[in-house]
Design a protein around this ligand. Structure first.
Ligand SMILES: Cc1cc2nc3c(=O)[nH]c(=O)nc-3n(C[C@H](O)[C@H](O)[C@H](O)COP(=O)(O)O)c2cc1C
Length: 731
């Protein structure tokens, strides 16, 4: 089944149930505190679980001759009912072994009663119960469709719990929390559905009662109840209620309502008079009540409260995601048939529409007829001279939902005249199949006899406005259409910045060299090596990202000073003590692996920055090796001291340097080619390879790694990428 079916079902179910689901979740959170508030009462005794009926019933009957009933509640509090020595009504919690009085039951909390009624029936009796039952069932379906979506997103059940790439807050936590609370929410939904079905008689749960044959009741021999075999065998923890004999007559007997059966016992000789097991449906009803209310275990009650809280978060984040998707849709001024420029978009979460809109607006403003639509709507465009495809990639290099039928439509609809085309792929290097779908679209278009390639395919990593700007500039030149795309309209709004103070900065003698700058967050902040620091050099939309090395508790960046470079120039002009506003962006896909025993770090140039921090942070016995490339020995000098210290103290096991402009004039790839066997061994022993630096280096190294993987391990590199064994953060 395609992702769209599950997504639309998930959304439709959520939309149809969100009001009642919100109410049920809020009341559910409150009600989870009811068992917690009861469990703290001091009526539970330490020896409860070792007490048998033989040890308690004779004691109680002697101490309270007017006792008529004993109940054990879900908190394991023992309560008796009857009359006291003066014949007054008695209802109290007691210690089952000594019979001593522990306290009197308080009247039920009106607040909890009120919330329970709202939770169960919305105060409208059976109608309300029906709607609440329906909501529980819809929640069950939402859980199933959500699970299917996670399986598809994670590309298989096996990787259900593997790393999630962070796209945006709502989406990331919708999935992360969804995975964590899946089982409790499934249980809440299933038990709620079951209880409603039982309540409406759709699951029959007949009340059974033991039948006693009065003719068979014997009046002897008289035995001490403490010696009754049946009482010796039954523990208090198995008891729900015990009805005591009304008088001393043999015809009056004990009725033991246990958790799984009902037994009647002759009060004279301890014979079992009758025994009947409860039907499975009744046992299941009890189990579902326990699971749905958390009344038996405090920890489970807390889990239910947290899971109900998560349901509220899912409602918020689910709608936030949907809103974002819809907000980016387009309004067309011209029809498809009258437009010269056709922009076809493949987008799952809507951000690619943002880019398409920017181009669309510019074309319209320039007096051109342009039309934007989804790739699935592809058809014949009689007046088209240019087609631009902007396509994201999802899952196993799959098309987004709104592009899934493009290939079939393309086969069917031939354009009547030559049309120039250009494909822009939107993707993320965090995924193994970078922009795969866009490449497929490019290939498919290239095969059409009417299609004339205008440009080579362009890719945009992580919605980079700069990379998109590069494509826009090339395309506008090629198509002879003026475009002025401001990154303002493309940069997604960023979260508030925080203040950092410059601790230290090295100097350079000429532009083109790199420098190190260390910053300290003014307020405590959680970050680690591999995260990114976003700075805003001109205090406007323009954002520059740098890979962080956490050295000590400081943020250390390694920056190449570009002449006139916005970010590098800004950072270089800072002095110790200066304050800047910046934002730490979590980049979990490039954190040092938690469980690997060996890690190969590969970098070129300033890509060494996160590794300096990762090496510095080492305190576990991980075999860390660094392969790095520089122009010459002078470029390496900046990092030499700290690396040599870490080599000496054992945090780094070995260092391999390639100089491209002196000595053997080689690249980091050449070093790896020499150590091919070791690279293969690292991967086959579940080690991890991390790459940081330029995309050119990444391309060369990935090609080599793929060759090593295929020849020595019989697998493609994508196998190791999807198992989190090859991590990349290149730019
Ligand atoms: C669940 C998920 C899977 C993704 N899979 C890939 C992938 O396989 N290859 C890739 O290059 N990008 C992948 N991406 C990144 C998206 O293609 C990228 O963020 C794109 O800009 C999103 O565009 P949209 O908001 O228009 O859907 C994935 C993103 C998500 C959330």
């Amino acid at each position: 089944m395609t992702i769209s079916v599950w997504r639309y079902s998930h959304l439709a179910l959520a939309v149809s149930s969100f009001l009642l689901l919100t109410l049920a979740a809020v009341t559910g959170i409150i009600l989870a505190f009811q068992p917690l508030s009861e469990k703290v009462l001091p009526y539970r005794t330490d020896h409860f679980s070792e007490t048998t009926l033989a040890g308690t019933l004779p004691v109680l009957r002697k101490q309270y001759p007017g006792i008529s009933e004993l109940t054990v509640d879900k908190n394991q509090f023992v309560q008796i009912k009857g009359s006291d020595a003066e014949g007054k009504k008695l209802q109290a919690y007691i210690d089952p072994q000594t019979g001593s009085l522990l306290g009197y039951p308080a009247p039920k909390s009106e607040f909890f009663e009120w919330v329970t009624a709202l939770h169960r029936s919305l105060f409208i009796h059976e109608t309300g119960r029906f709607f609440i039952g329906l909501t529980a069932f819809l929640l069950l379906l939402i859980t199933v469709s959500g699970t299917m979506l996670i399986i598809q997103r994670q590309r298989g059940l096996k990787r259900f719990f593997s790393r999630i790439v962070r796209d945006n807050f709502a989406q990331y936590y919708h999935v992360v929390l969804g995975r964590l609370s899946l089982i409790p929410i499934f249980i809440i939904a299933l038990s709620g559905t079951y209880l409603s079905l039982a309540r409406f008689g759709l699951i029959e749960s007949p009340v059974v009662s033991a039948e006693v044959d009065f003719d068979a009741i014997k009046s002897g021999p008289v035995r001490d109840p403490a010696d009754f075999e049946v009482f010796k065998k039954i523990n208090l923890s198995e008891v729900q209620t015990i009805e005591f004999p009304f008088s001393e007559d043999p015809e009056d007997y004990y009725t033991l309502k246990l958790t799984d059966r009902e037994i009647t016992v002759n009060q004279i000789n301890g014979d079992i008079l009758s025994e009947v097991r409860y039907p499975t449906a009744a046992l299941l009803t009890e189990l579902n009540l326990d699971l749905h209310t958390g009344r038996t275990h405090a920890i489970w009650a807390v889990i239910l409260a947290v899971a109900s809280g998560n349901i509220l978060f899912f409602i918020y984040s689910g709608f936030a995601m949907t809103w974002k998707r819809r907000a980016n849709r387009v309004k067309n001024k011209y029809t498809a048939d009258e437009s010269e420029f056709i922009i076809l978009v493949g987008s799952e979460n809507g951000s690619t529409f943002n880019f398409a809109n920017a181009i669309h607006k510019q074309l319209i403003a320039g007096g051109r007829s342009a039309y934007v639509t989804e790739l699935n709507n592809y058809k014949v465009y009689p007046k088209a001279s240019n087609i631009i495809v902007m396509a994201a990639t999802y899952g196993l290099g799959n098309p987004p939902t709104n592009a899934a039928h493009f290939a079939a439509h393309l086969e069917k609809h031939k354009q009547p005249r030559p049309v120039r085309f250009s494909v822009v792929g939107f993707g993320s290097h965090g995924y193994p199949d970078f922009c795969k779908f866009a490449f497929e679209v490019d290939n498919l278009l290239a095969k059409q006899d009417w299609a004339v390639p205008a440009l080579e395919i362009h890719t945009v990593n992580d919605k980079s406005p700069d990379e998109f700007g590069q494509w826009a500039a090339s395309w506008s030149q090629h198509a002879g259409v003026a475009l002025a795309i401001s990154s303002d309209s493309l940069t997604t709004r960023h979260e508030p910045v925080q203040q950092l103070t410059v601790v230290d900065k090295t100097t350079v003698s000429t532009p083109g060299e790199a420098f190190l700058i260390s910053l300290r967050a003014n307020n405590p902040t959680d970050f680690t090596s591999g995260d990114l620091l976003a700075i805003y050099p001109a205090n406007d939309h323009r954002e520059r990202l740098y890979s962080i090395g956490k050295v000590g508790s400081n943020i250390q960046l390694s920056v190449k000073l570009h002449e006139g470079g916005l970010g590098s120039d800004y950072l270089y002009r800072l002095n110790a003590g200066s304050e800047i506003g910046a934002r730490i962006v979590g980049n979990p896909h490039f954190h040092f692996p938690e469980n690997a025993s060996s890690v190969i770090m590969i970098s070129n140039g300033t890509g060494i920055a996160p590794f300096l921090g990762m090496i510095d942070q080492q305190n576990a016995p991980v075999d860390c090796r660094l392969y790095c490339g520089f122009r010459d020995d002078a470029s390496f000098l900046l990092y030499k001291t700290s690396i040599q210290t870490n080599l000496k103290n054992g945090k780094l096991n070995s260092l391999h340097i390639a100089y491209s402009r002196e000595g053997a004039r080689e690249y980091v790839k050449d070093l790896l080619a020499r150590d091919e066997a070791f690279v293969a061994e690292t991967l086959s022993n579940n080690g991890v390879i991390m790459l940081c630096g330029s995309l050119a280096m990444q391309n060369n190294v990935v090609a080599l790694l793929d060759h090593i993987c295929q020849t020595r391990l019989g697998k493609n590199i994508s196998y190791f990428q999807s198992h989190g064994q090859v991590l990349m953060d290149c730019y």
